[in-house]
Design a protein around this ligand. Sequence first.
Ligand code: ATR
Length: 280
Amino acid sequence: MPTNRVGVIGFPVEHSLSPLMHNAAFKALNMRDWRYDAMSIPPDILRLGLREPRDHGYIGINVTVPHKEAIMEYVRPDEKARAIGAVNTVDFRSNLGTNTDADGFINDLRAHDLPIAGERVLVLGAGGAARAAVYGLSRAGAEVAIVNRTMSRANALVDHLRASAGIDGISIISLDEAAGWGMSLIVNCTSVGLHPNVHQSPWYDGVPFPVGITVYDMVYRPANTALMRQCVAHDGFAIGGLGMLARQGAIAFELWTGVEPPIDLMQSVLQDALEKTKED
Ligand code: ATR
């Protein structure tokens, strides 16, 4: 019987790939006294649902949709969680709530040897994923501009990062302006191109696609998005979001266990699972 338990709360949570990824890591490291569970908790009992694992000796949990924002009230959110506006990882020993998305993303850029400090980076989108990207990129010293369909949401993102983390200097531009802005990296944080809308791209026709740049698409299903194909067709280098998914989980793993996680294994477990469920 495992004595060290961690897990994920969400609603629904059955589709989460986190149990697979973390339990594979425990197995590979021969950590037999660790186990990662999925716990389905309806939003109306979040407070109670949170107390259950805490009282039953869980060391920590991941938090997924729809609890990531609401849970902030019940934990001590750190600066990352406050800036991103969501908690995805809790350590019950300290009641710390953090968000590992920004570091997971930046770690994956670094794993691909991409320069960040001093680079111009264009972020597409202004939702939660974009907040994590803009926060991480700004802290890593990039010059960031945002393109978003809804201007008011882009403004809200900029205001929120200034108020919560003192981040200044983020520009909001149009896609036409972005075409000539001279970025070395485009990060897609919109849901455009996500399965099943696999032929859609946030870089729409009629706007010239920059030549020889890098695209990081946070979408990981499909593995090769329309935006990534546009990038490669223009002599660029394209990266899908699977590495970020593995690395945001790896940060939580290390926080709870104090053990360095087998990131390559975690990523290949995710890849295999996604390939098995491929419908496109
Ligand atoms: P998440 O938390 O995963 O970032 P979200 O908050 O729903 O999800 O944000 C989705 C992002 O995708 C937003 O930037 C959204 O643009 P709007 O702010 O204009 O809604 C963007 N998005 C979704 N569908 C889009 C579409 N068809 N065209 C352009 N942008 C789209």
